[in-house]
Design a protein around this ligand. Structure first.
Ligand SMILES: Cc1cc2nc3c(=O)[nH]c(=O)nc-3n(C[C@H](O)[C@H](O)[C@H](O)COP(=O)(O)OP(=O)(O)OC[C@H]3O[C@@H](n4cnc5c(N)ncnc54)[C@H](O)[C@@H]3O)c2cc1C
Length: 453
């Protein structure tokens, strides 16, 4: 048997998205022997595996409320020429967006984990949990070594879907309370060779077609990666001709850090369950069909896309929401809108942003105060049932509405850093995570450069 399956780690992190990477680096940085298990061949989660971008947002008004591990990543992306850093959001949906190069991110995450001394096991899928009383004893994994168990004192579930918590038997919720429907999944599309000059000229000459950009002409004219939401007429006409099945009324696109490269976040796979194998599998097929329809539309109708090349879809379909832990604390919409920040271990200024689970339309609830921000409590990552489980990232305990705000990558990463510190503290003192004092976590977060009020 290989050493990885023989030893007991202080901390095992399942899932290598931004929340898992942040957790592993923070835990290893706090002295814990740490392993990360990831099903893909690279780290980064949706940012590398689903073509998601830009990261948004690190800011609340002028204030940068996400720093620490995520801030370090952006600095490294920037200094290596793989991100312009935080730039104004042309739509002003959020104060800033942070475009980046996903290939560079893969490499930077490899380096960050290596520097921290955390072990990474890629191509390894979690398929179950060994439980004894109120403790998880092992994570059952499958990879080229066959079926094995990873043992640890503390487990961090950073799978996005709460797979470990679910297999261990922790209480979970899924979707809206009224019908269990999750936000729609999307298969992203990445284009290169888009003529930004032509696209911008069209937008500036047809402001009535871009209500989200009204009054932002000065920002659009700047030489910064822009995001665009519009082309409603083109979508409606394609639908009327039976050429478009996407349940979305317009096209949403984001420029990346590269000249002429755009991410289209427009497909909408409704009525599917990201935590059901058959449904997830079908979501990929539906997403690809929608991408093919959209590809025909954008290359024939959208100015600037005449010679655009579809680089790739996905690679995998992305899930905005699925299972949520039912935690000791649960983040609610009112906590967000009332800007609660007591003893927080992470912060965000991102609004509640719900893509309609049933069809067209997106509901946004902005914070009442422009530039306001709210806190993420530590104990939305713990549950009453387990002494050694932390659930971080988009599957931590939150209502359907609140999850639609805290799910974005800067916040998920900031939360992950706190989970890693909490896990290291619990492992070193043989402490029950349910009894961890958020203030002890906050002290170490501050020492690691995170933004803490
Ligand atoms: C379509 C879409 C568009 C979005 N747009 C934006 C945006 O523009 N900006 C933004 O900031 N955020 C955006 N988000 C939200 C954001 O991408 C995610 O919510 C965020 O990445 C969550 O991070 P995470 O680390 O919690 O989860 P993830 O990034 O999902 O990472 C989870 C990791 O766990 C791994 N994993 C899962 N299950 C297993 C298992 N059983 N065994 C082993 N490994 C496993 C996965 O492979 C993955 O690497 C978007 C999300 C989607 C789906």
């Amino acid at each position: 048997m290989k050493p990885i399956y023989k030893q007991t780690y202080d901390v095992a992190v399942i899932g290598g998205g931004v929340s898992g990477c942040a957790a592993a680096v923070a835990a290893a940085g706090a002295g814990a022997t740490t392993i990360v298990v990831e099903q893909s061949g690279y780290l980064g989660g949706t940012l590398t595996n689903c073509g998601v971008g830009p990261m948004m947002t690190f800011h609340a008004g002028e204030r940068q409320v996400v720093q620490g591990f995520m801030g370090m990543l952006v600095e490294r992306l920037k200094s290596s020429g793989n991100s312009p850093g935080h730039v104004p959001d042309t739509k002003q949906y959020t104060p800033t967006i942070t475009p980046f190069n996903a290939e560079a991110l893969k490499l930077l995450l490899d380096q960050a984990l290596e520097e921290a001394g955390a072990q990474v096991l890629l191509h390894t899928f979690l398929g179950g949990a060994e439980v004894g009383g109120d403790r998880i004893k092992g994570a059952l994994v499958c990879n080229k070594d066959g079926l094995n168990t990873i043992s640890a004192k503390i487990f961090v579930d950073a799978t996005g879907d709460g797979d470990l918590a679910f297999w261990a038997g922790a209480p979970m919720d899924k979707g809206r309370p009224e019908d269990g429907e999750c936000q729609p999944m999307s298969l992203m599309m990445k284009y290169c060779n888009v003529d930004t000059g032509v696209l911008k000229k069209y937008i500036l000459e047809h402001p009535q077609e871009f209500p989200h950009l009204e009054g932002k002409e000065e920002l659009i004219s700047q030489d910064i990666p822009m995001d665009v939401e519009g082309f409603q007429k083109e979508m409606a006409e394609a639908k009327a001709l039976g050429l478009m099945s996407i349940a979305r009324e317009n096209i949403l696109m984001f420029a990346t850090d590269r000249q002429g490269e755009y991410i289209l976040n427009t497909t909408r796979i409704i009525g599917h369950d990201p935590a059901d194998a058959e449904s997830l599998s079908d979501a990929e097929r539906v997403g690809r069909r929608q991408c093919a329809e959209l590809d025909r539309l954008v290359r024939s109708r959208i100015p600037g896309f005449e010679n655009a090349i579809l680089e790739f879809t996905g690679p995998s379909v992305g899930a905005r929401s699925s299972r949520q832990l039912r935690g000791i604390q649960t983040l609610a919409a009112s906590d967000i809108l009332d800007e609660k920040r007591d003893n927080a271990i992470a912060y965000s200024g991102y609004p509640i942003d719900i893509h309609n689970p049933k069809g067209e339309g997106t509901m946004t609830a902005f914070l009442q105060k422009k530039g306001g921000w709210y806190g993420i409590p530590f104990h939305i990552m713990t549950c009453l049932e387990f002494a050694n489980l932390l659930v971080t990232g988009r599957c931590a305990s939150a209502t359907f509405e609140a999850q639609a705000a805290m799910r974005v990558t800067p916040t998920a990463g900031a939360m992950g850093q706190a989970a890693g510190i909490g896990a290291a503290l619990a492992a070193s003192g043989e402490v029950d995570v349910r009894k961890l004092d958020p203030n002890a976590v906050r002290v170490l977060l501050k020492a690691q450069g995170a933004y803490i009020e």
